[in-house]
Design a protein around this ligand. Structure first.
Ligand SMILES: [Zn+2]
Length: 419
């Protein structure tokens, strides 16, 4: 656990009791999420809270149905009290995860343990406007909640992982060219419609945060928190994490490596310039190599038809078509070259390759081949950063975002759950 508060913080309890109480509740829930089962004593040691505070918080959580007590078999009673462990009740609360990109759109419900209860794809791109697209999205979420028979009061909130540049603080999609959404207060609009708290994050940052904190990749390359995540889809986006913090840049637009220029590349990019990495290393780059899309004459965004073509090319790669495999490998190698430049600047501990292209072996091999080439100026003993494959989809990253914000983030009101 990175977050700790000292016992001396009881002074803050007097100053802002509600805030501190919610903050400590979030700490306990997050620790229980990560530790599976734990005793109250161990919980107090791990969080730095007093045993009395842990007792009070866990009693409230048990009463609210978020935590249960497990009798420890054969354990002797200490000071007359039975030894019990605590664990989260998965069905005690739920969050909604939303993934919205050019490639695909999904919504899911996850339980308090982060496990998927139900998910479904959403067709958004043929919608005429952002607001009508959001209506479709909200309708799908309502249907999902009804089908799963989940009481609304048990839903803590929703997290949206969206393609494009996002201002997380303001809940705003600043610009998402592939979706055609600009200056869209998406968190407020979805929140008003669902009557739930909603937060939004750029898809590549949401994926990076999810890989760092949740699931199989969490804690890999330990001590890490120095990660570059690349979301390789129709376009390429990256997210840089340094010591566990996302690097956002002055305009929330850090990580746009898809628009780094590549020597010798001449194709027109979505951004209007020629020779960007996106034109040779992305899903669009693969489709261009295979002749499945014509060369761009004007700078236009990816469309749903191109995304469907990419899905079919991915399927052909998996079936082993040599020509298709070569196209994926060559595109992966272009990304590997660009990542070597990123590596020279940031020297990350690991690189996470996410997105649909990461699901094709030829592409991953292309990336790895270039990362394995020794770079001039690099110490002899320097190994390539660990290349790991992403384990989250955008909607699962959205659910992780919602858990972080609404279960562990110090905003949870227990009265809302039982009302
Ligand atoms: Zn570009």
């Amino acid at each position: 656990m990175k977050k700790k508060i000292s016992r001396n913080d009881s002074s803050k309890l007097r100053a802002v009791p509600g805030d501190l109480r919610r903050h400590n509740r979030g700490l306990v829930l997050e620790y229980l999420f990560r530790a599976s089962t734990v005793s109250r004593t161990a919980l107090a040691q791990a969080t730095g809270l007093t045993p009395a505070a842990v007792s009070r918080i866990t009693r409230e959580l048990v009463e609210a149905g978020l935590v249960r007590e497990l009798a420890r078999e054969g354990a002797p009673a200490a000071r007359g009290r039975p030894q019990v462990d605590l664990e989260l009740c998965a069905e005690g609360a739920y969050v909604i995860g939303i993934g919205v990109g050019a490639f695909e759109q999904w919504v899911r419900i996850a339980d308090l343990r982060g496990e998927c209860v139900s998910r479904r794809p959403v067709q958004l791109l043929d919608q005429s406007s952002a607001r009508s697209a959001l209506k479709v999205l909200v309708g799908e979420i309502r249907a999902l909640l009804t089908l799963a028979k989940i009481p609304r009061k048990r839903v803590l909130g929703a997290g949206i992982a969206s393609a494009g540049v996002v201002d997380r603080q303001k809940g705003l999609i600043i610009e998402s060219p592939n979706l055609g959404w600009h200056d869209l207060p998406v968190a407020r609009l979805v929140s008003d419609a669902l009557r739930l708290p909603v937060c939004v994050e750029s898809m590549h940052h949401a994926l990076n945060l999810a890989e760092e904190g949740f699931g199989k990749n969490a804690g890999k390359a330990s001590g890490a928190g120095d990660t570059v995540l690349v979301n390789a889809s129709m376009g390429i986006g990256a997210s840089v994490m340094e010591q566990g913090r996302i690097v956002r840049g002055r305009h929330s637009a850090a990580g746009q490596i898809g628009h780094m220029s590549v020597a010798g590349a001449t194709g027109l990019c979505t951004c209007g310039r020629k020779g960007c990495l996106d034109t040779v290393a992305s899903g669009y780059g693969v489709l261009r190599r295979l002749g499945l899309v014509p060369p761009r004459k004007v700078a236009r965004e990816h469309d749903a038809a191109a995304a469907r073509k990419l899905l079919s090319a991915i399927e052909r790669e998996r079936q082993g078509e040599p020509r298709v495999r070569r196209a994926f490998h060559a595109s992966g190698a272009e990304l590997g070259n660009a990542l070597n430049a990123v590596r020279a600047i940031l020297d990350p501990q690991r690189i996470v390759l996410a997105g649909p292209l990461a699901g094709t072996l030829s592409y991953v091999k292309g990336v790895q081949a270039r990362l394995d080439e020794r770079k001039a100026g690099e110490p002899r003993e320097a190994a390539a950063p660990l290349l790991v494959l992403g384990t989250h989809t955008p909607d699962s990253a959205g659910a992780c975002l919602a858990l972080t914000e609404f279960a562990f983030g110090g905003t949870l009101e227990l009265a809302d759950l039982v009302r």
